[in-house]
Each structure stands twice: as structure tokens, then as C-alpha cells.
Design a protein around this ligand. Structure first.
Ligand code: SF4
Length: 726
């Protein structure tokens, strides 16, 4: 192995959740250096995504930077609570970069052991800049106190092989115990050619004797990784134990962790059975509530099949997953939800591995909905096939799902045909044609080259080259700010339209998932209620990514006494969803590890600060204002086609009567659609104003100077960016 550069360092113990230093690597110059973390940095940015963004803010030129400039960075961080083994869901890594799809910072919160291992090996965050001239890997070796940049051209480019290869090679011996200390971050060959590249973050599962992985999926971080000619990053960590984070008061955090863990163990089997089927319990529920994206979000359910006959029920996945009942698949040590699952022996149906039996990590809800129902594909074996190839090729199953669903609708609308697609009959339901497209993306050939550039690029190409109506493409192309929508139908929930439309990174549900509160439970009846939810939830949910935590333990197992437990200031209308008892436990946990005594309100304030900072970073990148939050594709707000309206005729006619005050009698479907559209667009715009007001932003959607001062973010560079938008 050729060593290109190396740096020796002293391994130091973690202090109250922090290493108090970060690692910087420049792949253009092969510079490796260590940077200090100040008390001020911890106070303002907490850790995780906060550290990532602050490093990027300082490391990038002070202007709009393009994703493929060498100055763009990839940052990966854990957080002060990351790596704790007595609190479920405490092992996440947060990965940020300037996205090739959105040209603004994108962040992903991902499982696997890398983030905690990076911290235990000496660093709160890793910051990578520059571009290598040939494929390299980075090895952080805590045993020798050495960081190396190494030649990596000899290794495989397909993640299912590469992850095993590198786990074995960078382990001190072949034992499971040693492999367990290694975590690998890598992408795959399709990430080189498309804008949908992911990063796979591994952990070695001793019971399975296999290095599994989870994906930092959104926004093309794997594409940036490949553009930097990175093959992999490997970390070999010291052994993990309960005190490795060196908490200020271990008993305080442990007490909260024990209560939370016990609650999960008791209630998960009675609720969603995440430990048994993970997020695969969701498609059935979404189908029942007409929320499951079906045929490019045209519909919210299978046309006819419900209940036991529905092809993606919880029972079906229970029979498909190999590890049901074993509880071995947490993506961090001792997570009591352990929602990751796998399939041991999928027989590959297409492509270079056809006929082989392979392991599939997953599938999770988003893959089932994105690459199953949204393509009109109702057979689990095809979902496994897509899951396997997307992971190993390094592709985001959400963007692939939503992107190919768009292509299928364009094909059925006559915009595309077999001459254009090179013989692929890309109709809804044709899983084999969709798989061919994915193989083309990995080989950089055929129609897959066009598709892999994302929906924004496809809309331009289809209008310019194939004469499609740009307005129709805008209405049905499910992207916003450049990012493809994640897999929920939002037509009937104004709050969730805001939950997608006003996000920092584009339409991903991790900021605010309000469909049930708004549409099913009717807990957010007024604009003020919705605006409150669209401030509180994004702020609170951001907190998990500042600390290296998973959100699922917070609200995917709900305490039965939740409705009886409203605590100020987490009162109605959202007390049920906010789960005040859990928020209080997180405050105890944070205080116990870091020694910074914190209340629930303090936690939300930490997040509000970073949330506003990310918005300001977006503005520096030339986005992040009202105009960028507007223009949601109309398919996210209401029925675009006659067929869609008429499929839910009674619902929409009733809404015209009850909400708009118009009698639908005697009107054509087109007339009714136009009235409904104008009403819904107006509602969205009103909500936008209410949300900006609640968040303390100007009418242009920019954080106000007053708000920035209140959050102690009023450094001159920040003021300079926001001043023109006051
Ligand atoms: S709940 Fe699931 S995703 Fe979250 S840490 Fe546990 S296993 Fe990982």
C-alpha cells in the first residue's frame, strides 16, 4: 500500500462528550492538520451538524461555492452524546457538504459506527477539502495514533464488496472482536456519474459476521465524495465501554437512559414493532390513510388492495427479514429499538450479479414506497433488488424512487417513448425497465445518464429536446430546491406542505413530519398552530443532529400516558407529538454527559441557533429566501390531472363547498381544479408568512438582525449576509 501522506498524533481521552479538536485533510495538497475546538464553538454550535456547518462556513470561500469546486468540503461529525451505550439511538454521524442537487448545504443523519469511532479516535469532526488526482483512502488509526492518505485504486468500486474488503484489511486480525473496531465510509460506482450518490457507513455485526451499512442518503454527498476521488474513509477505534465519553455525571444520564430503554422494551411490541420489522410497518398504515406515494404521488394508496391483501403489509416483511426476533440489528451499540433489518439470501434478478445470492441491508419504508408503490411496483422481490443495487452502486433510493416515478409518468403521458429511452418501456409497474435504468447509471450509459442528473435537469432536457410542456413538468416533477421529495403524499396536509416547502435542505421529512397531527388528528386547525409546529418541530428535530443521536427513540415509541403529561412550555396543540417526558429525559441526558445544566427550552434554543445559521449559509449560497421556499410542485398541494381529481371526486367537491364556499354543481372538472388550485396556493402563501413571523424572520424569509442577536450569532460576516434582506 502506497502511503501518500501521514500525520502522527496523541490519542487523548474524551472529556464530557468532546475531544475538543477536529481533523482537517486537504486532498489537493495532502495537508493533514488538527484544529482546536473552542469553548465558544461548543456553546454556539453544540456539535454534530453545528460543528460541520461552522467548519464549512469558515473553510469555504465567502461566496456561493459550487459542489464540484475543490474548495467544497465534506464534514462528518458525531456530537457530545454520540457513542453513549446506555441510551438508545446514540451512535449517529452527521454528514454535510454543498449538494450537487441544491447547491446549498445538505446534511444527512446516518447510522453505522463511524461518527462515534472518529470521536473515540481523537476528533469531534472530520473536514475534507480539495481533490486528489487519483483514487485515495483515508485511514484514521487510533492504535498507532496515525492518520494516513493512501493509494486506493486496487479496491473494488461496489460497496457490498469494498466494505467487507476494507473491514478485513484494516482490522488487526480476522477475529470478530477486532473487525468490530473498524468502520468504513464509502460510496459506489454510480455516485461517480449521477447526482444521487450516497455514502455507506458501516458497522461490523458479530452475530451476522458481516459489515452492514446505513446510508447518508440525501442530496448527493456520495457524488462529492467520488468527485474528490475518495474511495473510502476507515477508522479503527479504541474499544468502546460505558465511560468512554467520560461524562460529567454518568448516573444522571444513565437514569434517563434506563427509563427510556425500559419504556421502549415495554411499548414497542404493543405499538409498531420496530424491533421486528423496523420502518417497514409504515407502508400499510400510509396505504390505509391514503398517504402512500403511488404512481409518482398521483395517488395515496393501491387502487384496490387494502388490509391483509395489501402487498407490503407488516406481516409480509416479517416473513421476508432474516433476523426477525433476533434483535441483533441496531445501527449503534445497545439501541433497544434495533430497527435495522436484513435479508440474508436474496437471489439477484438482473445485472452483473444476476443469479448470485446476496445480503440486502433493509429495505426500509422509504425504499419500499419510493421504488415500490411510487413506481406502481407491488412485489417485494423487486424492492429487495433495487435496495441491493442502489446500496452497492452508491445511489439514494429516495431520489432514485421519486426520479424514476417522474420518468414513468412522463413516459405514460407520451413525453418519452422507446426511441428516447433506448428501448426501455418505462411504464408504471415495469420494475425490470427501472432496474435497467439503474444499471445504466452505474455504467454511465444510455438514458440512465440523463435520469441520474436529477429531476431539475430532466425537466430542462424534456422541455428543450422533447417538446414537453414546462408547466406540466413543473407540476408533476416532485423536486423542490433541486432535491427529490421523500415518500409522503402531502396533498391533504397544508402543514406538511410547509414541512417540505420551508425546509433548509429541500423536501425531506426529517425537519417536520406533521401529516398525522394535521390531517389525521386535526391538532393544528389554525395558521398559528401550523406556524408554531413549523417552528418548534424543525428546531427540536435539529437537536438530534447536533448531538449524534437518532430521532426514532424520541417519538416512534410513544408512552401510553403521553396525553396526560403536558409540561410547559410543551403544551397543546402538539403535546402528544412532542412527548414532553422524553424531551425532559434528553435534557437530563445532555446535562449528565456535558455538565452544561440544560432544560428542555435550552435544548430547543441550541437547535434554533444552528437552524438559523444554516438558513443564513443558504443565503450566502444564493438561496434561502422566500422565493426559494415558494414554487412547490403543485402535485404536492393538490390534484394536477383530471384523473387525479376524479379519483377523489367526493373529497374535492366537498372541500370546494366547505372550505372555498363554491358550489361544484354544474362545473367541469377543469373548472373545479382551477378553483381548488387557486385556493390551495393562497393557503400555502399565507402559511409561509405566518411561519416566517413565528420564526422571527423578515417577510423575505431571512432571519432578522434582532433574531440573530438574540441567538448570539451577530458576528460581522453573518450580519453582512443578512443585511440586504431585512
Ligand atoms: S432506532 Fe434504528 S436507526 Fe435509530 S439508532 Fe436504533 S437501530 Fe439505528
Amino acid at each position: 500500500m502506497t502511503i501518500i501522506a501521514e500525520l502522527k498524533y496523541n490519542l487523548t481521552p474524551v472529556e464530557r462528550g468532546y475531544q475538543n479538536r477536529t481533523l482537517y485533510i486537504n486532498l489537493s495538497t495532502n495537508e493533514i492538520k488538527i484544529k482546536p475546538v473552542s469553548e465558544e464553538m461548543k456553546k454556539l454550535f453544540t456539535g454534530g451538524k453545528g460543528f460541520d456547518l461552522w467548519l464549512m462556513w469558515n473553510g469555504l470561500p465567502k461566496r456561493s461555492v459550487k459542489w464540484n469546486e475543490p474548495e467544497n468540503e465534506i464534514c462528518i461529525a458525531s456530537g457530545p452524546l454520540g457513542g453513549t451505550t446506555y441510551y438508545s439511538g446514540s451512535g449517529k454521524s452527521i454528514c454535510t457538504t454543498i449538494s450537487p442537487l441544491t447547491n446549498q448545504p445538505i446534511d444527512s443523519n446516518v447510522g453505522g459506527y463511524f461518527g462515534p469511532y472518529l470521536k473515540f479516535s481523537g476528533f469531534d469532526a472530520l473536514e475534507i477539502q480539495g481533490k486528489a488526482t487519483k483514487e485515495v483512502l483515508i485511514f484514521i488509526n487510533s492504535d498507532d495514533g496515525k492518520i494516513t492518505i493512501e493509494d486506493a485504486e486496487e479496491f473494488s468500486d461496489q460497496a457490498h464488496l469494498l466494505t467487507q474488503e476494507l473491514t478485513k484489511k484494516y482490522s488487526t486480525d480476522e477475529s470478530d472482536r477486532e473487525k468490530f473496531r473498524v468502520s468504513v465510509v464509502s460510496s459506489g460506482q454510480a455516485a461517480k456519474y449521477t447526482k444521487w450518490g450516497v455514502l455507506n457507513f458501516s458497522w461490523y455485526n458479530k452475530k451476522r459476521q458481516w459489515a452492514s451499512y446505513k446510508q447518508a442518503g440525501r442530496g448527493g454527498v456520495g457524488t462529492v465524495f467520488k468527485d474528490k476521488k475518495l474511495k473510502a474513509i476507515i477508522c479503527r477505534s479504541p474499544r468502546v465501554n460505558q465511560t468512554i465519553n467520560n461524562p460529567a455525571d454518568i448516573e444522571r444520564g444513565k437514569e434517563a437512559g434506563k427509563d427510556h430503554n425500559l419504556e421502549i422494551i415495554k411499548n414497542d411490541p404493543l405499538q409498531n414493532e420496530m424491533r421486528v420489522v423496523g420502518t417497514a410497518h409504515l407502508p400499510e398504515i400510509m396505504n390505509d390513510f391514503d398517504l402512500l406515494p403511488t404512481e409518482n404521488f398521483r395517488y395515496g394508496a393501491h387502487k384496490t388492495l387494502k388490509g391483509e391483501k395489501f402487498p407490503y403489509t407488516r406481516e409480509i416483511w416479517r416473513n421476508i427479514y432474516t433476523d426477525v426476533g433476533q434483535g441483533v440489528d441496531g445501527c449503534w451499540i445497545a439501541c433497544q429499538i434495533s430497527c435495522s433489518h436484513f435479508v440474508q439470501q436474496h437471489t439477484v434478478l438482473t445485472g452483473p450479479y444476476k443469479g448470485q445470492k446476496v445480503i440486502v441491508d433493509g429495505p426500509e419504508y422509504e425504499t419500499i414506497a419510493g421504488c415500490g408503490s411510487n413506481w406502481g411496483v407491488w412485489d417485494p422481490k423487486w424492492v429487495l433488488e433495487v435496495n441491493f443495487y442502489c446500496d452497492t452502486y452508491g445511489l439514494d433510493t429516495i431520489s432514485v424512487g421519486t426520479g424514476i416515478a417522474f420518468v414513468m409518468e412522463c413516459y405514460e403521458a407520451g413525453i418519452l417513448n422507446e426511441n428516447i429511452t433506448g428501448g426501455l418501456e418505462l411504464k408504471f409497474g415495469n420494475a425490470e425497465a427501472a432496474m435497467n435504468l439503474i444499471h445504466q447509471m452505474a455504467q454511465n450509459k444510455g438514458f440512465g445518464v440523463i435520469v441520474g442528473q436529477g429531476i431539475v435537469s430532466m425537466k430542462k432536457t424534456f422541455a428543450q429536446k422533447y417538446g414537453a410542456d414546462p408547466q406540466f413538468l413543473q407540476d408533476i416533477g416532485m423536486e423542490h430546491k433541486g432535491l427529490e421529495f421523500s415518500e409522503y403524499v402531502t396533498k391533504e396536509s397544508l402543514a406538511q406542505q410547509g414541512g417540505y416547502g420551508f425546509t433548509l435542505k429541500g423536501p425531506q421529512h426529517d425537519e417536520a413530519w406533521l401529516i398525522f397531527e394535521d390531517m389525521v388528528r386535526n391538532n393544528l386547525p389554525t395558521f398559528e398552530d401550523k406556524a408554531e409546529a413549523l417552528a418548534w418541530f424543525p428546531f427540536w428535530r435539529t437537536w438530534f443532529s447536533l448531538n449524534g443521536l437518532c430521532k426514532l427513540p424520541w417519538n416512534d415509541v410513544i408512552p401510553p400516558d403521553n396525553n396526560e403529561n403536558p409540561q410547559k412550555p410543551l403544551t397543546l396543540p402538539n403535546a402528544r407529538a412532542k412527548i414532553p417526558k422524553h424531551v425532559q429525559w434528553y435534557a437530563e441526558y445532555f446535562s449528565g454527559v456535558t455538565g452544561f445544566a440544560s432544560t428542555p427550552e435550552d435544548l430547543v434554543k441550541m437547535s434554533e441557533r444552528v437552524y438559523n445559521f444554516q438558513r443564513i449559509f443558504n443565503i450566502r449560497q444564493g438561496k434561502g429566501l422566500k422565493e426559494h421556499d415558494s414554487k412547490l410542485p403543485y402535485r404536492a398541494m393538490g390534484p394536477v390531472t383530471k384523473e387525479e381529481y376524479e379519483s377523489r371526486l367526493e373529497r374535492y367537491d366537498d372541500q370546494l363547498k366547505d372550505l372555498v364556499g363554491i358550489d361544484p354543481e354544474g362545473k367541469t372538472t377543469e373548472e373545479k381544479m382551477a378553483i381548488l388550485r387557486s385556493f390551495r396556493e393562497e393557503q400555502y402563501s399565507k402559511l409561509q408568512d405566518a411561519v416566517y413571523n413565528r420564526r422571527g424572520w423578515t417577510t423575505k424569509g431571512c432571519p432578522s438582525i434582532k433574531k440573530v442577536k438574540e441567538l448570539n450569532l451577530d458576528i460581522q460576516e453573518v450580519i453582512d449576509v443578512i443585511s440586504p434582506h431585512q
